[in-house]
Design a protein around this ligand. Structure first.
Ligand code: ZN
Length: 474
């Protein structure tokens, strides 16, 4: 059946257009007619719409096809006996917009203690990317932004989900980075150098179907930076950059749309970002000190979210692989709070995998950084749709928007970790099966922890080859 896609302006060849029309006429009309009139009535909802409005209790939501058509106080007054109406009692669950994870690398393993990524085939990486995305959806992430991915895997999975081959989140894809040679502290072997090459690479990415451009701006010369931004904007794509000061200020001045990480971001830059409407994706999860990691895990233990030893071990390992000095961690934590207070539009991104669990951890780190629960939810929903230019369709719970919803059992405004109590997820009006797929393998076990359970930290350090407290990925 036709899936509504909110990503726009993808290149479509004439033949593709003709085929799409033929397919639509032959196979889709009946399905669309059914889908668009089928109603789901959600009773007894507590709605946190993420527009900035307060919690609304005792609400009824009506979904029709893939849209939210009605939100009103009290019980449903329509006819529930009609054949095309499904009534779902949400039992005072809390309805929030589907979450977004804005900094993902779907196939990546950060860290990779088993050295799986070395010489890994495209096919193998592709399977992990899809698993990761689908797992994220079951955690409530109905949309993800990919900011650096090999071989356009993100574009392929986006299309597979949009076409309905699998049930996955909406993906906004960047393809691989745009960077000069030796960009990202020497990491990029063969980059694009000079204005002409940068323009060409941006255009090639767009030709391959990306929705945005991710750059490494630190090593770019001024003309290269401006060329990347100008070319992407001319093709209707936003540009985001992995950067640190003093480059953050320069990139913001040059008209970048979003900053990733923002190491050492200054008060002056924060003020400029607020003024210019530049988005900030702080990935606070990869800026934690030993003390902050312990603080986080102790908190989760108290709340009863550390019972799955495998997950606790691995998420801790992920954080230690990126462990910072206390000074650095404190600085980034305070910068996040300052940015939110200054009115910078902050978004939520995990960087590390898997995107579901680590995305939730990032929300928890926002609150530990002093950001309110409401602003954390808005950073994970409304602001993200705003950056992608789809706020008219997604990002809040409002009449007329697409029905991407997360329903949790307890109030996330009381405690952000209540976002873990997933009752239901809707993507495009369809209820997501929250059970694990029939496969029995554990993502955590297979990709990371099997031999790390005893004395895991020491072994993990050796395996991943990292030095405690000296992460240098800025
Ligand atoms: Zn990243």
């Amino acid at each position: 059946m036709k899936r509504y896609s909110v990503t726009s302006k993808r290149p479509t060849h004439l033949l593709g257009k003709i085929m799409a029309v033929v397919f639509f006429v032959c196979f889709s009309l009946q399905g669309i007619a059914q889908n668009n009139t089928h109603k789901k009535v959600l009773l007894n909802c507590n709605v946190i719409d993420c527009t900035g409005a307060k919690l609304q209790k005792n609400m009824t939501l009506v979904l029709e096809g893939n849209k939210i058509v009605e939100i009103k106080k009290g019980p449903y007054t329509g006819d529930t006996n009609e054949e095309n109406v499904t009534v779902i009692d949400v039992e005072n669950g809390y309805v929030v917009p589907g979450l977004w994870n804005m900094h993902t690398h779907l196939s990546a393993l950060l860290p990779d203690p088993k050295h799986i990524e070395e010489n890994e085939s495209l096919a193998s990486a592709s399977i992990r990317a899809g698993l990761n995305a689908m797992d994220g959806l079951r955690h409530g992430f109905t949309s993800v932004r990919s900011v650096g991915e090999r071989d356009y895997l993100d574009v392929a999975w986006r299309d597979a989900f949009d076409q309905g081959f699998f049930m996955g989140p909406r993906i906004f894809a960047s393809g691989n980075f745009v960077s000069p040679t030796a960009g990202h502290r020497g990491y990029v072997e063969h980059g694009a150098d000079g204005v002409a090459e940068i323009r060409k690479l941006v255009r090639q990415r767009v030709q391959k179907g990306v929705d945005l451009i991710k750059i490494f701006s630190v090593e770019m010369l001024q003309d290269e930076l401006e060329a990347a931004i100008q070319t992407a904007h001319s093709l209707g794509r936003h540009v985001t950059t992995h950067t640190r000061e003093p480059d953050i200020y320069r990139a913001v001045k040059a008209g970048i749309d979003c900053i990733e990480h923002g190491y050492g971001i200054t008060d002056e830059t924060i003020a400029l970002m607020a003024e210019k409407g530049t988005f900030y994706d702080p990935t606070i999860i990869c800026n934690l000190s030993d003390a902050y990691i312990k603080e986080r895990e102790n908190r989760l233990k108290t709340l009863g979210y550390a019972n799955d030893k495998e997950i606790s071990y691995y998420r801790t390992l992920i954080n230690y692989a990126d462990e910072r000095s206390q000074e650095h961690a404190l600085y980034q934590r305070q910068a996040l709070k300052k940015a939110v207070d200054a009115g910078v539009k902050v978004v939520l991104g995990s960087d590390s995998m898997p995107i579901g669990e680590i995305g939730i951890l990032e929300m928890e780190q926002f609150v530990l950084s002093g950001v309110s629960e409401m602003n954390t939810l808005i950073a994970a929903t409304r602001n993200c749709a705003d950056l992608l230019g789809v706020l008219d369709k997604l990002g809040t719970v409002e009449e007329g928007k697409l029905a991407d919803l997360l329903i949790v059992a307890k109030n996330p405004l009381d405690n952000i970790s209540n976002i873990r109590e997933v009752k239901m997820v809707f993507k495009d009006g369809v209820s997501v099966n929250l059970d694990q797929p029939q496969g029995t393998a554990s993502y955590w076990d297979y990709f990371s922890t099997s031999n790390l359970k005893k004395g895991f930290l020491k072994e993990a350090e050796n395996a991943a080859g990292f030095q405690r407290g000296k992460a240098k990925q800025d």
